[in-house]
Design a protein around this ligand. Structure first.
Ligand code: FES
Ligand SMILES: [Fe+2]
Length: 353
């Protein structure tokens, strides 16, 4: 859905995207009996559950008068167009015509592979034959009863790569998030590296105060801690943030952890579906704690990060990121790696199409 809950205005000049990969399409349990009208990578998509409750994704533009199929309803397991009632099954084929005559022989829309895993919906926007579920990044902790998540989903204005930059460069925390200020983010040890489809940023700082807010969340107010923070970027824009702290001298694997998902799925070149979650393995079932954590994190992500990135995106005025010759600072090692890798992958995919 667009910014105002409608289909966004689609630009005539299309962006370039990696297509043969899994994108997060939303939270699995948010897809109920009510279908959803979405746009991913500038393509209209209708999400719905068929008669067996299986999540389906088909092209979201009706081939008759182009209504948004995701605004329709499910009848006898098929998605009925809200305009004149043609019905499409999960393979995108029109199987029912409520008007005189059979379904028109060429009436169909594309079908997209869609998988429910780790409480998320994962959609494959490329060649369906290449959709390999083994390529879905591992977020098993979202599905693990030992961990309890607070989570959110929002539509964010701005190019999705600006959002990946934001997570890979934690140094912004000291300037954007007053409650998260810590020297770990600006003076701690940093390490950036990559492999073929991932970029990594690691921040460590020993024997120092972590931010006041996170000290409260971890129950270590006023005590110096060893800090470990590692961000893993999975191409094209699904990120895992492993945040840990422990008494000085604690091994990383023994530290208290907060695990986060930050998934950015492009809607258009100007808008991004943002799905996030942060999990803990303590204070399970403590609703008051969960509500406080949710309020703090949704405020940080949706009301502190988003306006900065939205306005930066607007100031870029549609120009190419590298054409603008951005300054590269020490904290950009992860973001720059991710951008270069993604660019290479998109070019490779286009040349092998
Ligand atoms: S626009 Fe869908 S049936 Fe007419
Ligand atoms: Fe942030």
């Amino acid at each position: 859905m667009g910014v105002n809950g409608a289909i966004p205005k689609l630009p005539s000049k299309r962006g370039t995207y990696l297509r043969n990969c899994w994108y997060v399409a939303g939270w699995s349990d948010d897809l109920t009996d009510t279908p959803q009208a979405k746009v991913f990578l500038e393509e209209p998509v209708a999400l719905f559950r068929d008669g067996d409750g299986v999540a389906m994704a088909i092209g979201g533009r009706c081939p008759h008068r182009f209504a948004a199929l995701g605004d329709g309803s499910v009848i006898d397991g098929a998605l009925a167009c809200p305009y004149h009632g043609l019905r499409f099954d999960g393979s995108g084929v029109c199987i029912h015509n409520p008007h005189l005559g059979d379904p028109p022989p060429k009436a169909s829309v594309p079908a997209y592979p869609l998988v429910e895993r780790y409480r998320l919906l994962w959609i494959w926007m490329g060649d369906a034959d290449k959709a390999d579920t083994a390529l879905i990044p591992n977020f098993a902790w979202l599905d693990d009863p030992a961990w309890e998540a607070v989570r959110g989903v929002t539509l964010a204005e701005g190019h999705y790569e600006l959002y990946s930059d934001n997570i890979l460069d934690l140094s912004h925390a000291n300037f954007v998030h007053p409650a998260l200020v810590a020297s770990a983010f600006t003076q701690g040890e940093r390490k950036f590296w990559q492999d073929e489809t991932h970029a990594y940023s690691r921040y460590t700082q020993k024997n120092d105060y972590i931010s006041p807010a996170l000290a409260g969340v971890l129950g270590v107010e006023g005590r110096k801690q060893d800090f470990f923070g590692e961000v893993t970027w999975h191409a094209p824009a699904t990120l895992f943030f492993d945040y840990r702290a422990g008494e000085p001298g604690t091994f990383v694997e023994d530290m208290k952890a907060l695990l986060s998902l930050h998934a950015f799925t492009p809607e258009t070149p100007d808008t991004t579906h943002y799905v996030w979650a942060t999990s803990r393995d303590y204070k399970l079932g403590d609703t008051e704690f969960s509500e406080g954590l949710h309020a703090a994190l949704s405020f940080a992500f949706e009301h502190e990060d988003l306006p900065v990135i939205r306005d930066a995106h607007r100031l870029m005025a549609g120009q190419d990121f590298w054409d603008l010759e951005p300054l590269v600072l020490n904290g950009d090692g992860g973001g720059v790696r991710a951008r270069r890798l993604l660019n290479k992958m998109i070019k490779f995919e286009a040349s092998n199409a």
